[in-house]
Design a protein around this ligand. Structure first.
Ligand code: NDP
Length: 434
Protein backbone atom coordinates (compact mmCIF):
# COMPACT_ATOMS: atom_id res chain seq x y z
CA UNK A 1 0.00 0.00 0.00
CA UNK A 2 2.89 2.39 0.79
CA UNK A 3 4.47 1.62 -2.57
CA UNK A 4 1.29 2.71 -4.41
CA UNK A 5 0.17 5.38 -1.98
CA UNK A 6 -3.11 7.11 -2.73
CA UNK A 7 -4.02 4.78 -5.60
CA UNK A 8 -7.36 3.70 -4.12
CA UNK A 9 -8.95 2.23 -7.23
CA UNK A 10 -5.78 0.25 -7.95
CA UNK A 11 -5.80 -1.19 -4.42
CA UNK A 12 -9.48 -2.07 -4.79
CA UNK A 13 -8.92 -3.92 -8.07
CA UNK A 14 -5.86 -5.80 -6.80
CA UNK A 15 -7.54 -6.78 -3.54
CA UNK A 16 -10.53 -8.21 -5.37
CA UNK A 17 -8.34 -10.42 -7.57
CA UNK A 18 -6.05 -11.52 -4.73
CA UNK A 19 -9.05 -12.50 -2.61
CA UNK A 20 -9.94 -15.06 -5.28
CA UNK A 21 -6.46 -16.55 -5.53
CA UNK A 22 -6.22 -18.43 -2.21
CA UNK A 23 -7.89 -21.43 -3.78
CA UNK A 24 -5.51 -21.40 -6.77
CA UNK A 25 -2.43 -21.35 -4.58
CA UNK A 26 -3.93 -24.26 -2.62
CA UNK A 27 -4.19 -26.28 -5.86
CA UNK A 28 -1.07 -24.96 -7.60
CA UNK A 29 1.50 -23.94 -4.98
CA UNK A 30 4.05 -23.24 -7.75
CA UNK A 31 2.32 -19.89 -8.32
CA UNK A 32 3.49 -18.68 -4.94
CA UNK A 33 7.11 -19.18 -6.08
CA UNK A 34 9.21 -16.75 -8.10
CA UNK A 35 7.22 -13.84 -6.68
CA UNK A 36 4.76 -14.39 -9.52
CA UNK A 37 1.87 -12.70 -7.75
CA UNK A 38 4.02 -9.70 -6.84
CA UNK A 39 5.25 -9.44 -10.44
CA UNK A 40 1.72 -9.63 -11.83
CA UNK A 41 0.73 -6.64 -9.65
CA UNK A 42 3.61 -4.47 -10.85
CA UNK A 43 3.21 -2.79 -14.26
CA UNK A 44 6.04 -3.49 -16.70
CA UNK A 45 6.24 0.20 -17.56
CA UNK A 46 4.44 3.48 -16.72
CA UNK A 47 4.78 6.56 -18.86
CA UNK A 48 3.59 9.96 -17.60
CA UNK A 49 3.93 12.97 -19.88
CA UNK A 50 3.04 16.62 -20.42
CA UNK A 51 0.34 17.41 -22.97
CA UNK A 52 0.40 21.11 -23.89
CA UNK A 53 -2.18 22.47 -26.34
CA UNK A 54 -3.80 25.76 -27.32
CA UNK A 55 -7.50 26.43 -26.76
CA UNK A 56 -9.78 28.43 -29.06
CA UNK A 57 -9.02 31.65 -27.16
CA UNK A 58 -5.30 31.23 -27.78
CA UNK A 59 -4.51 30.22 -24.17
CA UNK A 60 -1.99 27.46 -23.60
CA UNK A 61 -3.45 24.59 -21.56
CA UNK A 62 -1.53 21.76 -19.94
CA UNK A 63 -2.80 18.28 -19.17
CA UNK A 64 -1.12 15.13 -18.00
CA UNK A 65 -0.94 12.03 -20.22
CA UNK A 66 -0.54 8.42 -19.07
CA UNK A 67 0.16 5.04 -20.59
CA UNK A 68 0.55 2.07 -18.27
CA UNK A 69 1.96 -0.98 -20.06
CA UNK A 70 0.90 -3.54 -17.53
CA UNK A 71 1.67 -7.00 -18.81
CA UNK A 72 2.85 -8.36 -22.17
CA UNK A 73 3.22 -12.06 -21.37
CA UNK A 74 0.37 -13.03 -23.72
CA UNK A 75 0.82 -10.43 -26.48
CA UNK A 76 1.29 -6.72 -27.17
CA UNK A 77 -0.20 -4.40 -24.53
CA UNK A 78 -3.82 -3.69 -25.39
CA UNK A 79 -6.33 -1.40 -23.71
CA UNK A 80 -8.19 1.86 -24.16
CA UNK A 81 -7.42 5.54 -23.69
CA UNK A 82 -9.65 7.54 -21.35
CA UNK A 83 -10.10 11.32 -21.42
CA UNK A 84 -11.83 12.43 -18.22
CA UNK A 85 -10.95 15.00 -15.51
CA UNK A 86 -10.87 12.23 -12.84
CA UNK A 87 -7.98 10.38 -14.56
CA UNK A 88 -4.84 9.85 -12.47
CA UNK A 89 -2.19 7.17 -12.27
CA UNK A 90 -4.22 5.03 -9.81
CA UNK A 91 -7.21 4.93 -12.15
CA UNK A 92 -5.10 4.01 -15.16
CA UNK A 93 -3.30 1.32 -13.15
CA UNK A 94 -6.56 -0.25 -11.96
CA UNK A 95 -7.83 -0.28 -15.52
CA UNK A 96 -4.56 -1.75 -16.85
CA UNK A 97 -4.56 -4.45 -14.17
CA UNK A 98 -8.16 -5.45 -14.91
CA UNK A 99 -7.44 -5.34 -18.63
CA UNK A 100 -4.63 -7.88 -18.30
CA UNK A 101 -6.99 -10.56 -16.95
CA UNK A 102 -9.87 -9.55 -19.21
CA UNK A 103 -7.68 -9.89 -22.29
CA UNK A 104 -6.45 -13.27 -21.07
CA UNK A 105 -10.08 -14.41 -20.68
CA UNK A 106 -10.78 -13.70 -24.35
CA UNK A 107 -8.27 -16.43 -25.24
CA UNK A 108 -6.66 -14.05 -27.74
CA UNK A 109 -2.94 -13.14 -27.88
CA UNK A 110 -3.22 -9.82 -26.04
CA UNK A 111 -1.29 -8.28 -23.16
CA UNK A 112 -2.84 -5.60 -20.95
CA UNK A 113 -2.42 -1.83 -20.80
CA UNK A 114 -4.39 1.37 -20.41
CA UNK A 115 -3.86 5.08 -20.95
CA UNK A 116 -5.49 8.45 -20.83
CA UNK A 117 -5.42 12.01 -19.67
CA UNK A 118 -7.12 14.30 -17.17
CA UNK A 119 -8.30 16.36 -20.17
CA UNK A 120 -12.02 17.16 -19.99
CA UNK A 121 -13.53 17.00 -23.47
CA UNK A 122 -16.93 18.32 -22.30
CA UNK A 123 -17.76 21.62 -24.02
CA UNK A 124 -14.58 21.62 -26.12
CA UNK A 125 -14.79 22.46 -29.82
CA UNK A 126 -13.81 20.03 -32.53
CA UNK A 127 -10.63 22.01 -33.16
CA UNK A 128 -9.66 21.86 -29.50
CA UNK A 129 -10.24 18.10 -29.40
CA UNK A 130 -8.09 17.67 -32.51
CA UNK A 131 -5.22 19.80 -31.16
CA UNK A 132 -5.34 17.96 -27.84
CA UNK A 133 -5.26 14.54 -29.55
CA UNK A 134 -2.34 15.63 -31.75
CA UNK A 135 -0.35 16.80 -28.74
CA UNK A 136 -1.16 13.61 -26.80
CA UNK A 137 0.03 11.44 -29.70
CA UNK A 138 3.19 13.54 -30.14
CA UNK A 139 4.53 11.74 -27.07
CA UNK A 140 2.53 8.50 -27.16
CA UNK A 141 3.71 7.50 -30.66
CA UNK A 142 7.17 6.61 -29.29
CA UNK A 143 5.70 3.90 -27.09
CA UNK A 144 3.09 2.17 -29.25
CA UNK A 145 2.98 0.02 -32.41
CA UNK A 146 1.29 -2.99 -33.93
CA UNK A 147 3.71 -5.35 -32.14
CA UNK A 148 4.22 -3.26 -28.99
CA UNK A 149 1.10 -1.60 -27.68
CA UNK A 150 -2.27 -1.11 -29.40
CA UNK A 151 -4.56 1.49 -27.74
CA UNK A 152 -8.32 1.86 -28.35
CA UNK A 153 -11.11 4.12 -27.03
CA UNK A 154 -12.69 4.34 -23.56
CA UNK A 155 -14.58 7.11 -21.69
CA UNK A 156 -14.32 10.33 -23.71
CA UNK A 157 -12.53 8.64 -26.62
CA UNK A 158 -14.68 7.50 -29.53
CA UNK A 159 -14.15 7.22 -33.26
CA UNK A 160 -13.60 10.99 -33.75
CA UNK A 161 -10.71 11.00 -31.25
CA UNK A 162 -9.25 7.73 -32.60
CA UNK A 163 -9.24 9.39 -36.05
CA UNK A 164 -7.24 12.40 -34.82
CA UNK A 165 -4.86 10.15 -32.89
CA UNK A 166 -4.32 7.90 -35.90
CA UNK A 167 -3.81 10.91 -38.20
CA UNK A 168 -1.04 12.25 -35.97
CA UNK A 169 0.58 8.81 -35.58
CA UNK A 170 0.69 8.43 -39.36
CA UNK A 171 2.12 11.91 -39.80
CA UNK A 172 4.87 11.39 -37.20
CA UNK A 173 5.93 7.92 -38.33
CA UNK A 174 5.23 8.22 -42.06
CA UNK A 175 3.66 4.76 -41.87
CA UNK A 176 0.11 3.65 -42.59
CA UNK A 177 0.14 1.19 -39.72
CA UNK A 178 -3.57 0.44 -39.36
CA UNK A 179 -2.94 -2.13 -36.60
CA UNK A 180 -1.56 0.47 -34.17
CA UNK A 181 -5.00 1.57 -32.92
CA UNK A 182 -8.41 -0.08 -32.82
CA UNK A 183 -11.86 1.47 -32.84
CA UNK A 184 -11.08 3.13 -36.18
CA UNK A 185 -13.87 4.20 -38.53
CA UNK A 186 -14.70 1.69 -41.27
CA UNK A 187 -13.19 3.60 -44.19
CA UNK A 188 -9.62 3.53 -42.83
CA UNK A 189 -9.31 0.06 -41.37
CA UNK A 190 -12.00 -0.18 -38.70
CA UNK A 191 -14.02 -3.32 -38.05
CA UNK A 192 -17.74 -3.71 -38.42
CA UNK A 193 -19.40 -4.32 -35.03
CA UNK A 194 -16.49 -2.81 -33.03
CA UNK A 195 -18.65 0.17 -32.02
CA UNK A 196 -21.40 -2.18 -30.85
CA UNK A 197 -19.10 -4.84 -29.39
CA UNK A 198 -18.82 -4.00 -25.70
CA UNK A 199 -22.55 -3.43 -25.16
CA UNK A 200 -23.63 -6.33 -27.37
CA UNK A 201 -21.01 -8.54 -25.70
CA UNK A 202 -22.14 -7.84 -22.14
CA UNK A 203 -25.73 -8.50 -23.17
CA UNK A 204 -24.74 -11.85 -24.72
CA UNK A 205 -22.89 -12.72 -21.51
CA UNK A 206 -25.85 -11.87 -19.28
CA UNK A 207 -28.28 -13.70 -21.58
CA UNK A 208 -26.22 -16.87 -21.21
CA UNK A 209 -25.95 -16.36 -17.46
CA UNK A 210 -29.74 -15.94 -17.22
CA UNK A 211 -30.21 -19.20 -19.17
CA UNK A 212 -28.50 -21.07 -16.32
CA UNK A 213 -31.59 -20.20 -14.24
CA UNK A 214 -34.07 -20.73 -17.05
CA UNK A 215 -34.55 -16.96 -17.47
CA UNK A 216 -33.91 -14.49 -20.32
CA UNK A 217 -34.12 -10.81 -21.21
CA UNK A 218 -37.44 -11.41 -22.94
CA UNK A 219 -40.16 -9.48 -21.11
CA UNK A 220 -37.82 -8.21 -18.37
CA UNK A 221 -37.34 -4.64 -17.13
CA UNK A 222 -33.78 -3.44 -17.55
CA UNK A 223 -31.97 -0.37 -16.21
CA UNK A 224 -28.76 0.68 -18.00
CA UNK A 225 -26.62 3.44 -16.49
CA UNK A 226 -24.69 5.83 -18.73
CA UNK A 227 -25.60 6.86 -22.26
CA UNK A 228 -22.23 6.54 -23.95
CA UNK A 229 -20.85 3.89 -26.26
CA UNK A 230 -21.29 0.90 -23.95
CA UNK A 231 -24.72 1.93 -22.64
CA UNK A 232 -26.22 2.67 -26.07
CA UNK A 233 -25.28 -0.69 -27.59
CA UNK A 234 -26.25 -2.55 -24.45
CA UNK A 235 -29.72 -1.00 -24.77
CA UNK A 236 -29.84 -1.91 -28.46
CA UNK A 237 -29.07 -5.61 -27.89
CA UNK A 238 -31.29 -5.85 -24.79
CA UNK A 239 -34.20 -4.50 -26.85
CA UNK A 240 -33.43 -7.03 -29.61
CA UNK A 241 -33.60 -9.76 -26.95
CA UNK A 242 -37.07 -8.53 -25.91
CA UNK A 243 -36.12 -6.55 -22.79
CA UNK A 244 -37.67 -3.21 -21.94
CA UNK A 245 -35.24 -0.38 -21.08
CA UNK A 246 -36.69 1.56 -18.17
CA UNK A 247 -33.99 4.21 -17.67
CA UNK A 248 -30.54 5.47 -18.68
CA UNK A 249 -28.33 8.30 -17.40
CA UNK A 250 -25.33 10.57 -17.65
CA UNK A 251 -23.24 12.10 -14.87
CA UNK A 252 -25.88 14.79 -14.21
CA UNK A 253 -29.05 12.69 -13.83
CA UNK A 254 -31.23 10.01 -15.37
CA UNK A 255 -34.31 9.64 -17.58
CA UNK A 256 -37.18 7.21 -17.18
CA UNK A 257 -39.60 6.38 -19.97
CA UNK A 258 -42.75 4.42 -19.10
CA UNK A 259 -42.94 3.24 -22.72
CA UNK A 260 -39.36 2.03 -22.75
CA UNK A 261 -36.41 4.23 -23.71
CA UNK A 262 -36.53 5.33 -27.37
CA UNK A 263 -33.04 4.41 -28.53
CA UNK A 264 -33.15 6.38 -31.78
CA UNK A 265 -33.75 9.51 -29.74
CA UNK A 266 -30.87 8.68 -27.37
CA UNK A 267 -28.55 8.14 -30.35
CA UNK A 268 -29.65 11.40 -31.94
CA UNK A 269 -29.01 13.34 -28.71
CA UNK A 270 -25.80 11.65 -27.60
CA UNK A 271 -24.06 10.48 -30.79
CA UNK A 272 -25.15 13.06 -33.35
CA UNK A 273 -25.60 16.19 -31.23
CA UNK A 274 -23.34 15.39 -28.24
CA UNK A 275 -25.93 16.85 -25.84
CA UNK A 276 -27.01 15.96 -22.29
CA UNK A 277 -29.49 13.16 -21.48
CA UNK A 278 -31.87 15.76 -19.94
CA UNK A 279 -32.70 16.68 -23.56
CA UNK A 280 -34.44 13.29 -23.88
CA UNK A 281 -37.36 14.17 -21.60
CA UNK A 282 -37.62 17.66 -23.07
CA UNK A 283 -38.01 16.28 -26.60
CA UNK A 284 -39.96 13.11 -25.81
CA UNK A 285 -42.57 14.63 -23.50
CA UNK A 286 -45.39 12.28 -22.40
CA UNK A 287 -44.37 9.29 -20.30
CA UNK A 288 -40.78 10.38 -19.77
CA UNK A 289 -39.15 12.26 -16.90
CA UNK A 290 -35.68 13.57 -16.20
CA UNK A 291 -34.44 13.38 -12.61
CA UNK A 292 -31.60 15.77 -12.00
CA UNK A 293 -28.90 14.38 -9.73
CA UNK A 294 -31.00 11.34 -8.68
CA UNK A 295 -29.84 7.76 -8.35
CA UNK A 296 -30.75 5.56 -11.32
CA UNK A 297 -30.58 2.40 -9.15
CA UNK A 298 -33.78 3.50 -7.37
CA UNK A 299 -35.69 2.60 -10.55
CA UNK A 300 -37.23 -0.89 -10.08
CA UNK A 301 -35.91 -3.48 -12.54
CA UNK A 302 -35.25 -7.19 -13.05
CA UNK A 303 -31.81 -6.71 -14.57
CA UNK A 304 -29.27 -3.93 -13.92
CA UNK A 305 -26.49 -3.16 -16.39
CA UNK A 306 -24.11 -0.54 -14.91
CA UNK A 307 -22.34 0.85 -17.99
CA UNK A 308 -20.97 4.27 -17.00
CA UNK A 309 -17.96 4.30 -14.67
CA UNK A 310 -16.15 2.80 -11.64
CA UNK A 311 -17.85 2.66 -8.22
CA UNK A 312 -21.14 4.05 -9.56
CA UNK A 313 -23.18 1.32 -7.81
CA UNK A 314 -22.71 1.31 -4.01
CA UNK A 315 -23.85 -0.95 -1.17
CA UNK A 316 -26.83 1.32 -0.65
CA UNK A 317 -27.78 0.98 -4.32
CA UNK A 318 -27.36 -2.80 -4.19
CA UNK A 319 -29.77 -2.98 -1.22
CA UNK A 320 -32.31 -0.94 -3.12
CA UNK A 321 -32.00 -3.12 -6.23
CA UNK A 322 -32.35 -6.31 -4.14
CA UNK A 323 -35.41 -4.90 -2.34
CA UNK A 324 -36.89 -4.17 -5.77
CA UNK A 325 -36.35 -7.80 -6.85
CA UNK A 326 -33.35 -7.60 -9.18
CA UNK A 327 -32.35 -11.06 -10.47
CA UNK A 328 -29.16 -10.26 -12.39
CA UNK A 329 -26.48 -7.59 -12.67
CA UNK A 330 -24.14 -7.34 -15.68
CA UNK A 331 -21.20 -4.95 -15.49
CA UNK A 332 -20.68 -3.18 -18.82
CA UNK A 333 -18.34 -0.65 -17.20
CA UNK A 334 -15.07 -1.44 -15.45
CA UNK A 335 -15.52 -2.06 -11.70
CA UNK A 336 -18.83 -0.14 -11.47
CA UNK A 337 -19.95 -2.01 -8.33
CA UNK A 338 -18.20 -1.30 -5.04
CA UNK A 339 -16.93 -4.34 -3.05
CA UNK A 340 -19.90 -3.92 -0.67
CA UNK A 341 -22.36 -4.01 -3.53
CA UNK A 342 -20.79 -7.18 -5.00
CA UNK A 343 -20.93 -8.91 -1.62
CA UNK A 344 -24.60 -7.99 -1.11
CA UNK A 345 -25.57 -9.27 -4.57
CA UNK A 346 -23.76 -12.53 -4.02
CA UNK A 347 -25.25 -13.04 -0.55
CA UNK A 348 -28.73 -12.40 -1.95
CA UNK A 349 -28.22 -14.97 -4.73
CA UNK A 350 -28.40 -12.36 -7.49
CA UNK A 351 -26.60 -13.48 -10.67
CA UNK A 352 -23.57 -11.23 -10.96
CA UNK A 353 -21.39 -10.82 -14.08
CA UNK A 354 -18.14 -8.94 -13.30
CA UNK A 355 -16.85 -6.39 -15.81
CA UNK A 356 -13.62 -8.14 -16.59
CA UNK A 357 -15.63 -11.01 -18.09
CA UNK A 358 -18.87 -9.34 -19.17
CA UNK A 359 -17.36 -6.33 -20.98
CA UNK A 360 -14.57 -8.25 -22.73
CA UNK A 361 -16.45 -8.16 -26.05
CA UNK A 362 -14.96 -4.75 -26.88
CA UNK A 363 -11.37 -5.83 -26.66
CA UNK A 364 -12.15 -9.19 -28.29
CA UNK A 365 -13.58 -7.36 -31.31
CA UNK A 366 -10.53 -5.08 -31.26
CA UNK A 367 -8.49 -8.26 -31.67
CA UNK A 368 -10.74 -9.14 -34.63
CA UNK A 369 -10.03 -5.64 -36.04
CA UNK A 370 -6.28 -6.37 -35.68
CA UNK A 371 -6.76 -9.68 -37.52
CA UNK A 372 -8.56 -7.90 -40.37
CA UNK A 373 -5.83 -5.24 -40.53
CA UNK A 374 -3.06 -7.86 -40.59
CA UNK A 375 -4.73 -9.78 -43.43
CA UNK A 376 -5.93 -6.58 -45.20
CA UNK A 377 -9.42 -8.00 -45.06
CA UNK A 378 -12.82 -6.67 -44.04
CA UNK A 379 -15.53 -8.92 -42.65
CA UNK A 380 -19.28 -8.46 -42.77
CA UNK A 381 -21.24 -7.29 -39.73
CA UNK A 382 -22.90 -10.69 -39.34
CA UNK A 383 -19.64 -12.59 -39.52
CA UNK A 384 -18.04 -10.33 -36.91
CA UNK A 385 -21.04 -10.38 -34.60
CA UNK A 386 -21.18 -14.19 -34.77
CA UNK A 387 -17.54 -14.36 -33.69
CA UNK A 388 -18.30 -11.94 -30.86
CA UNK A 389 -21.27 -14.01 -29.68
CA UNK A 390 -19.14 -17.18 -29.69
CA UNK A 391 -16.33 -15.48 -27.78
CA UNK A 392 -18.78 -14.24 -25.12
CA UNK A 393 -20.29 -17.71 -24.75
CA UNK A 394 -16.80 -19.13 -24.30
CA UNK A 395 -15.88 -16.53 -21.70
CA UNK A 396 -19.11 -17.22 -19.83
CA UNK A 397 -18.58 -20.97 -19.91
CA UNK A 398 -14.93 -20.67 -18.88
CA UNK A 399 -15.86 -18.54 -15.85
CA UNK A 400 -18.69 -20.89 -14.87
CA UNK A 401 -16.54 -24.03 -15.28
CA UNK A 402 -13.67 -22.47 -13.31
CA UNK A 403 -16.03 -21.49 -10.48
CA UNK A 404 -17.28 -25.11 -10.41
CA UNK A 405 -13.75 -26.51 -10.49
CA UNK A 406 -12.72 -24.35 -7.51
CA UNK A 407 -15.77 -25.24 -5.44
CA UNK A 408 -17.80 -22.05 -5.86
CA UNK A 409 -20.51 -22.78 -8.45
CA UNK A 410 -22.21 -19.67 -9.82
CA UNK A 411 -19.48 -17.33 -8.52
CA UNK A 412 -18.50 -15.55 -11.74
CA UNK A 413 -16.17 -13.16 -9.87
CA UNK A 414 -14.06 -16.03 -8.64
CA UNK A 415 -14.30 -17.86 -11.98
CA UNK A 416 -13.18 -14.81 -13.99
CA UNK A 417 -10.34 -13.90 -11.62
CA UNK A 418 -8.94 -17.41 -11.49
CA UNK A 419 -9.33 -18.23 -15.18
CA UNK A 420 -7.72 -14.91 -16.22
CA UNK A 421 -4.95 -15.21 -13.65
CA UNK A 422 -4.02 -18.78 -14.58
CA UNK A 423 -3.61 -17.89 -18.26
CA UNK A 424 -1.34 -14.94 -17.52
CA UNK A 425 0.57 -16.84 -14.82
CA UNK A 426 1.23 -19.82 -17.10
CA UNK A 427 2.63 -17.53 -19.81
CA UNK A 428 4.78 -15.60 -17.33
CA UNK A 429 6.10 -18.81 -15.87
CA UNK A 430 7.06 -20.11 -19.31
CA UNK A 431 8.93 -16.90 -20.17
CA UNK A 432 11.27 -17.02 -17.16
CA UNK A 433 11.69 -14.38 -14.48
CA UNK A 434 10.55 -11.31 -16.43
P1 NDP B 1 -18.43 7.02 -22.98
O1 NDP B 1 -17.55 8.20 -22.76
O2 NDP B 1 -18.92 6.73 -24.34
O3 NDP B 1 -19.69 7.10 -22.02
C1 NDP B 1 -19.57 7.19 -20.64
C2 NDP B 1 -20.97 7.39 -20.08
O4 NDP B 1 -20.91 7.25 -18.66
C3 NDP B 1 -21.50 8.77 -20.35
O5 NDP B 1 -22.88 8.71 -20.46
C4 NDP B 1 -21.08 9.54 -19.09
O6 NDP B 1 -21.86 10.69 -18.79
C5 NDP B 1 -21.34 8.48 -18.06
N1 NDP B 1 -20.57 8.75 -16.87
C6 NDP B 1 -19.24 8.99 -16.79
N2 NDP B 1 -18.90 9.23 -15.52
C7 NDP B 1 -20.05 9.13 -14.80
C8 NDP B 1 -20.39 9.25 -13.44
N3 NDP B 1 -19.44 9.57 -12.54
N4 NDP B 1 -21.67 9.05 -13.05
C9 NDP B 1 -22.62 8.75 -13.94
N5 NDP B 1 -22.38 8.63 -15.26
C10 NDP B 1 -21.11 8.81 -15.67
O7 NDP B 1 -17.60 5.77 -22.39
P2 NDP B 1 -17.84 4.23 -22.68
O8 NDP B 1 -19.27 3.95 -22.87
O9 NDP B 1 -16.87 3.80 -23.71
O10 NDP B 1 -17.32 3.57 -21.30
C11 NDP B 1 -18.20 3.32 -20.20
C12 NDP B 1 -17.56 2.28 -19.30
O11 NDP B 1 -17.33 1.06 -20.01
C13 NDP B 1 -16.21 2.65 -18.69
O12 NDP B 1 -16.09 2.08 -17.41
C14 NDP B 1 -15.22 1.96 -19.64
O13 NDP B 1 -13.97 1.75 -19.03
C15 NDP B 1 -15.97 0.67 -19.90
N6 NDP B 1 -15.57 -0.07 -21.09
C16 NDP B 1 -15.61 0.51 -22.33
C17 NDP B 1 -15.26 -0.22 -23.44
C18 NDP B 1 -15.40 0.33 -24.82
O14 NDP B 1 -15.23 -0.45 -25.77
N7 NDP B 1 -15.72 1.59 -25.01
C19 NDP B 1 -14.74 -1.60 -23.33
C20 NDP B 1 -14.83 -2.14 -21.98
C21 NDP B 1 -15.19 -1.37 -20.92
P3 NDP B 1 -21.25 12.17 -19.05
O15 NDP B 1 -21.44 12.41 -20.48
O16 NDP B 1 -22.08 13.03 -18.17
O17 NDP B 1 -19.80 12.15 -18.62
Amino acid sequence: IRRNAGEQEFHQAVREVLESLGRVIGKRPAYADNALIERICEPERQIIFRVPWTDDQGNVQINRGFRVQFNSALGPYKGGIRFHPSVNVGIIKFLGFEQTFKNALTGMPLGGGKGGSDFNPRGRSDGEIMRFCQSFMSELYRHIGEYTDVPAGDIGVGSREIGYLFGQYKRLTNRYEAGVLTGKALFYGGSRARREATGYGSTYFVQRMLETRGRSFDGSRVVVSGSGNVAIYTMEKVAQFGGKIMACSDSNGYVIDENGIDLDLVKEIKEAQRERISEYARRKGTGSHYIDGGCIWDVPCDIAMPSATQNELTGRDAKKLIENGVIAVGEGANMPSTPDAVRLFQEAGVLFAPGKAANAGGVATSALEMQQNASRDSWTFDQTEKRLAQIMENIHDTCAATADEYGAPGDYVLGANIAGFVRVAEAMDALGVI
